[in-house]
Design a protein around this ligand. Structure first.
Ligand code: SF4
Ligand code: SF4
Length: 91
C-alpha cells in the first residue's frame, strides 16, 4: 500500500469545546495551491472549503475554533489569530 490515508477526525463538536482565544485565518499566499487541502477532510465541522486547488476558505459560521487545521497545514497557511483581530483580512 502506498500513500498516506488520514481517516481520523478530532472529536471537537461545538458543544464539547471550551472557547479558544484564537481563531484560524487563511494566509493564501503561503499556500502553494497545488494540492487537495487535507484540512477539508480533517475539519470536524466541515468548515473548510476548497475550490479546485485554490487556498481554502473557512466558514466562520461552522468553525468551532478547534485548531486542528492550524496544526495540520505544513506551510502555516492557516494560522491562529487573536479573536479581537478577527476582522475581515486579506493577505
Ligand atoms: S494544507 Fe495548507 S498548504 Fe495545503 S492546501 Fe491546505 S492551507 Fe494550503
Ligand atoms: S479550527 Fe479548523 S478544523 Fe477546527 S472547526 Fe475551525 S476550520 Fe475546522
Amino acid at each position: 500500500m502506498s500513500g498516506l490515508r488520514i481517516s481520523w477526525k478530532p472529536n471537537c463538536k461545538r458543544s464539547s469545546l471550551p472557547k479558544r482565544a484564537e481563531v484560524p485565518v487563511v494566509i493564501s499566499h503561503r499556500c502553494p495551491q497545488d494540492h487537495p487541502c487535507p484540512c477539508v477532510r480533517m475539519c470536524p465541522e466541515d468548515a473548510v472549503i476548497q475550490h479546485g486547488f485554490a487556498a481554502p476558505e473557512i466558514d466562520k459560521n461552522k468553525c468551532v475554533d478547534c485548531g486542528a487545521c492550524v496544526d495540520i497545514c505544513p506551510y502555516k497557511a492557516i494560522t491562529d489569530m487573536p479573536q479581537e483581530k478577527n476582522v475581515r483580512m486579506t493577505f
